[in-house]
Structures are given as C-alpha cells and as structure tokens.
Design a protein around this ligand. Structure first.
Ligand code: PLP
Length: 456
C-alpha cells in the first residue's frame, strides 16, 4: 500500500506497449467500460489508490466473483488469485463456513450499536490464542486500529513523539503518512498533501535494520518518545524480513527509554502463525494491532495490550476512541468462522509448507537460469524481487528501476491466468484454498513470465 502513496501523484496513464509474448492480451472490454464509468464517480476511478493499476500495464480489472483460489473479472477471465483482497482471505474466496456463518447471523439483523455475544466470541478466540494481549478493542479497519494504538501510547506515556520506519505502512492516519527526511535521524516529512507539518514533526522516521539510528533518536529526543511502531514483519513495501537481534534491540531500547513498542500486525496477525510476528520473533510488544484476517473479508481491526495499558481507554480511562459499527455482528461472524478454521491443528504447518515449496521451486528455476530474481517468503507471504541480493531489509535497498521488470511479469501473468496485486512493491499471499494443482499451474506461468522478462 505504500506504493499507492507514491503513485497517487504520478497518475499518468500509459499505453500498453506492443505485446511481444506468445500469449495474446486478455480481453478487458467490460472492465474498461466499467472503469470509464467509475472514473466519473471516484478519483482515479477507485476507492483505494493501488487498485487503479498505475504501476502496471493496462486498466484495472473489475472483479465479478471469487471462489476458492480463483477470481473472475467482468469479461469472464479466470485467475488464480494471489492478492487475496490484500491478505484477509487466508481461507480463499467464498469459503462456505464463513458464508454460512455470516448469513446465519445476518438473519437476526445487521447492526445494533449495542454489545452482542459475538464480540465476546471473537475476542475470546483472539485472546485465548495470543499470550501478548489481555484486553482488546475492535475497530472497523486497520488504519483505525493503528491510529488508536498511537493515541493510547501517547495517552499512556504522556509523550507526543513516535518513531516509525521508512518502508513500513500503518494505514492512512495523519501521524503515519510521514516519510523520512534527509539525514540519519530527522523529523519526518509528510508523504501526503493535507497532513499538517506540525503533525509530521511528531513523527520521527528512520531506516529499518539500523540500530545506531534508534540509539541516536532516543538520545536526541530523550523522554519525548511515546512509542516505536514497526510492522511485525514489514510486508507493505516489499517483504523486508528483519533479523531477530534487531527486533530484540528495538524491544530493549523501548524498555530502557520508557517508550512502548507497537507491533502493527495488520498483515502478519494470524498470517505467519496463530500468534503472528510477535511469536515468530518470541518478543512481546506493548501494543498489538490486527486487521485483515480477523475480519475474514469484512471490515474489522483491533488493538490490544495488557489490561493495565488498555485501562487507559475510554470509558475506563481518558483516551477516547469509539465507532458506530465497531464490533459489527456480521463482521464478527466472518472473523469467528475464519479463526475457528485457523485454530485447527496443523493449519499453519500445511499452509506454510505449501508456500515454502512454491517459493523454493520458483527460486530454483530462476537460479538455474541466472536470472536476477529472488523469492522472499515467510509463512504464507511471498514477494518477488528483481535483485541479486540475498537479503533486502530496508526500503532503500529496493531497486526502483527493477519495477519495470515487474510490470512485464504482471502483464504476462494476467495473460496466463495468474492475478498478483498490481504493484511490484506488494507481497503475494497463498491461501488454504490453493491446492497443489493450482500452485503447479501458477509456477509454470511464472516460469514462462520470467523467461519473457529476462529474454535478451
Ligand atoms: C493493511 C494495513 C494497514 C491498514 O489497514 P486498513 O484496513 O487498510 O485500514 C495498517 N497496517 C498494516 C501493516 C497493514 O498491512
């Protein structure tokens, strides 16, 4: 989603170059027609910027339906989907257990603005399987969850500044739409018009994987930093897997300086395992945020912490946060049905093994042909990077010019029935609905696409 921020301003619509591949371009007549119309309603024709296909060839595909690991667009083209609605659909599309539970709950009305038993049920599923939180609060999006977590950290520590990392995305709230300025440790600069400079000045942005920058930031802004926020495993601007000792260092630095450590696990929560990135690293954050998967495809976010810290949230404490549709029963139902499946024994073992096999065999193919191409993966998340580097751990290490190769790959994959998110900075997701057969088919298409990308 970071990519969306960069591209929001460029907005040039590029002509599709002549297709040099053996496969003809898919028909987009109906999608193109819908897009012409949607452009009259919405900025860029979309309700979230990355959907506008600004970083890949062609116009956006309008999706008509999904089932299992497949989606179909308005022109009837079928794709194996690795975007998974940007992560929530860990069970695939139109999962019957989720659908039936949602329909069942909907029979009794859709919203009350009063507590329901369903909120307890989803909360219990989350807390029972997470040793890092004692109390939680539901929101309706990841953005809201993170924004509220930041407010809680500020209210709890009575400090104003936060540290975030270049290359991590935390939703679109003002204090987090901030990018690094020049210099090792600086106040951030806004990365969106409309964010007051004074807000950005409360956000310190530093590079990932840089211990010295952390130390310097805590020295320079002694007793002013409320929290350090990091994506559990940064997965919104490439997949920037951090070293264990770096995360341990962050944990220790926060504790020493009286700042809270916030793990934004909106992607990684219930994705890299039952207890997310916190358990992956075996490190206890002070505040956790979840989203995406816990809503099973409906809008749910959540932040959680110890009972003591959560005691600062209204009405128990002085940090105000609310929501008309928070804890919505239909959304809770989708979350309950989803997590019920995830807590079954062996779920993650199977899914992660399947993803690893997929990633490794693509890597073997690319390596055998000397292609400058790496597949990074963790759990059921993967990222295709056009690089020779063994590791990519900072935003800066991503070669922007390599995105031209991704554009070709994206087009070739669409033409071969494979749907990836429309940006080379975005990760892909394997779901429980991707069977061996489809993963084999996807691999073959990826091999073909790579051959075309690297064709001399
Ligand atoms: C998706 C995401 C968000 C924002 O969630 P929305 O539901 O899109 O508002 C925040 N943080 C991370 C890590 C995310 O991946």
């Amino acid at each position: 989603m970071l990519e969306s921020i960069k591209k929001i301003f460029s907005g040039n619509e590029e002509e599709m170059p002549v297709n040099s591949s053996s496969k003809p371009d898919i028909s987009r007549a109906k999608s193109a027609e819908l897009y012409e119309k949607s452009k009259t309603f919405f900025p860029g024709g979309v309700n979230s910027p990355v959907r506008a296909f600004k970083s890949v060839y062609g116009t956006p595909l309008f999706i008509q339906k999904g089932d299992g690991c497949f989606i179909w667009d308005a022109d009837g083209n079928q794709f194996i989907d690795f975007c998974a609605s940007w992560g929530p659909l860990i069970l695939g599309h139109n999962n019957s257990k989720i659908r039936e539970k949602v329909i069942d709950v909907m029979q009794n009305g859709m919203s009350f603005g009063a507590p329901t038993a369903l909120e307890n049920e989803l909360a219990e599923l989350i807390i029972k399987h997470n040793k890092y939180v004692e109390k939680i609060r539901f929101t309706s999006s990841g953005t809201e969850a993170v924004m509220s977590a930041i407010r809680l950290a500020r209210g709890y520590t009575k400090r104003d500044k936060i540290i975030k990392f270049e290359g991590c995305y935390h939703g679109h709230s003002d204090s987090l739409l901030v990018k690094a300025g020049s210099g090792l440790v600086t106040f951030g600069e806004t990365s969106s018009a409309g964010v007051p400079k004074s807000f950005a000045e409360e956000t310190i942005v530093i590079a990932l994987h840089d211990k010295a920058a952390i130390t310097q930031a805590f020295q320079q802004f002694k007793d002013q930093i409320a929290a350090v926020i990091i994506e559990g495993i940064p997965a919104n601007n490439g997949l920037l897997i951090q070293d264990q000792d770096y995360i341990e260092f962050l944990r220790a630095a926060c504790t020493e300086n009286g700042a809270l450590l916030i793990f934004d696990e909106v992607i990684t929560g219930f994705r890299v395992g039952l207890e997310g990135a916190a358990a992956y690293y075996g490190i206890k954050p002070d505040i956790l945020t979840y989203g995406k998967i816990i809503g099973g495809g409906l809008p749910v976010g959540m932040y959680g912490s110890s009972a003591e810290i959560m005691g600062h949230i209204s009405p128990d404490g002085g940090v105000y946060q609310a929501g008309t549709l928070s804890g919505n029963p239909v959304a809770m139902a989708a979350g309950i049905a989803t997590l019920t499946e995830l807590t079954k024994s062996g779920f993650y073992k199977d899914l992660n093994a399947k993803t690893l096999e997929f990633a490794e065999s693509i890597q073997r193919f690319a390596t055998a042909r000397n292609y400058k191409f790496k597949v990074f993966s963790v759990g059921s998340i993967f990222w295709f990077a056009f690089t020779e580097a063994e590791k990519i751990q900072t935003a800066e290490a991503i070669d922007a010019s390599s995105m031209e190769k991704f554009k070709i790959m994206h087009r070739e994959l669409l033409n071969r029935g494979i749907y990836l998110g429309p940006s080379g900075y975005e990760v892909g997701f394997v779901s429980a609905a991707h069977t061996k057969v489809e993963l084999e088919k996807a691999k073959r298409a990826i091999f073909d696409a790579l051959d075309l990308v690297f064709k001399k």
